[in-house]
Design a protein around this ligand. Structure first.
Ligand code: NAP
Length: 374
């Protein structure tokens, strides 16, 4: 069903109404579990159930679009300028990358830094209800207990969720790291963690200073042992530069599967991204919205307006098109919903413009080592 005919059902309705088009596309691919959320959005946008229902009913079988359930369901050509591939909208929350060890990781996750422990369970259950399957926490965030509670309280089976945490940056010793891994499992009250990272190659009070090569190798051995013991499904690092990665790669029995880095429009570490790619290390983009700072950038706003999207949507889409996992943080369910609506394509020219943009002024947040420019 073409978007125009969707629009023709209701004079004055924008034929490219995203929520309605998404409902119809989801019906076409039998992703029925995702439909209620988008139906709500369509109705928020003025559509009635009576108008939507026939659309869903008319999504009958066709020969050329295989559906996840094994049946063949209709392909829908959406007349949307920025629609990927065959014009069928993809729902980012269902998409995954495959790590070097074969583990699947959802492309979009929820960051939880600055979500207090007593608010974390609500944020996680809201995110999971919306469709998020990838939750990022850290020992340093002080909210592993709440994150674990939210994971357990959600209706989604544990094996469908991907939970990451991080060994505190200050731990550079085998025994302390082994104890810290167990402490995270205890705090989260989970029997395994999907991804555990070394939070930083240096303790925060000496970020990008000192020589912690030996300590990082010791902490890495603890991660390898916990991985081999089945406590961790995948292991990685964060804030590691090339020399930090080489230190681990020269001595490891399991290579890091992930490097979580500061990546956003305005700060794109192109060489490090390429180096990680050459070593089959998936990059996760943290602070994809520049910790909120980029919301003030008029050039980014102008580009977002051109695509008819919000600044966070443009920024999240940018990190996804770089091939990274995107980890926007929010405790606000409205923001969670809109941050997952990134089914548009940034042109190659605009990707270049965003990649070349330099915007590393984090204002009052510059006090944090990760935004200090080091
Ligand atoms: N490995 C590391 O060293 C490291 C360092 C930093 C961050 N991280 C990870 O990356 C995650 C994300 O980074 P981040 O927390 O620095 O910042 P971010 O995701 O770049 O930005 C978060 C800010 O953007 C706002 N925001 C989010 N969605 C929005 C929307 N749709 N509309 C308007 N405002 C929106 C949030 O406000 P609201 O809360 O009001 O929505 C918050 O102020 C962290 O939570 C953490 O999991 C890792």
């Amino acid at each position: 069903m073409a978007a125009e005919s969707v629009g023709a059902l209701r004079p004055g309705l924008d034929p490219r109404d995203r929520s309605l088009v998404t409902v119809v596309a989801l019906a076409s691919t039998a992703q029925v579990d995702q439909i209620p959320f988008h139906l709500d959005r369509a109705m928020d946008n003025g559509l009635t159930a009576e108008e939507i229902d026939p659309l869903l009913r008319r999504a009958g079988p066709t020969a050329d679009t295989p559906a996840p359930c094994g049946r063949r369901l209709p392909g829908i050509v959406l007349h949307q300028e920025n629609t990927p591939d065959q014009g069928v909208w993809k729902l980012i929350l269902n998409e995954t990358y495959t790590l070097s060890n074969g583990v699947h990781i959802p492309k979009l996750g929820l960051g939880t830094w600055f979500i207090d422990d007593d608010k974390a369970a609500d944020a996680v259950t809201a995110a999971v209800a919306i469709g998020y399957r990838n939750i990022d926490t850290a020992q340093a965030y002080g909210n592993e207990r709440g994150v674990g509670e939210g994971i357990r309280a959600s209706d989604v089976p544990r094996e469908e969720l991907f939970v990451s945490t991080k060994v505190a940056a200050e731990i550079k010793d085998y025994d302390d790291a082994a104890a810290a891994i167990d402490a995270s499992l205890t705090a989260l009250r989970l029997d395994h963690i999907d991804l555990m990272l070394i939070h930083s190659p240096q303790p925060w009070d000496n970020f990008r200073g000192g020589d912690y090569a030996e300590g990082n190798r010791a902490t890495w051995r603890a991660l390898e042992d916990a991985y081999q013991a089945g406590k961790l499904r995948s292991i990685g690092v964060s804030n590691f530069e090339q020399r930090d990665l080489d230190n681990i790669l020269s001595a490891c029995t399991v290579a890091p599967q992930v490097n979580q880095l500061l990546v956003h429009a305005g700060n794109t570490p192109t060489e490090l991204l390429a180096y990680c790619d050459s070593k089959d290390i998936l990059v996760q983009a943290y602070s994809p919205i520049a910790h909120g700072e980029i919301l003030k950038n008029p050039d980014i706003r102008a580009m977002a307006d051109r695509y008819g999207v919000t600044v966070p949507q443009l920024c999240i889409r940018y990190t996804l098109q770089l091939g990274t996992v995107s980890l926007p943080k929010t405790a606000n369910p409205e923001h969670m919903r809109s941050n997952a609506q990134v089914d548009f394509v940034i042109t190659a020219d605009d990707m270049d413009a965003l990649r070349n943009l330099q915007a590393q002024d984090y204002g009052e947040h510059s006090v944090f080592p990760v935004y200090s420019g080091k």
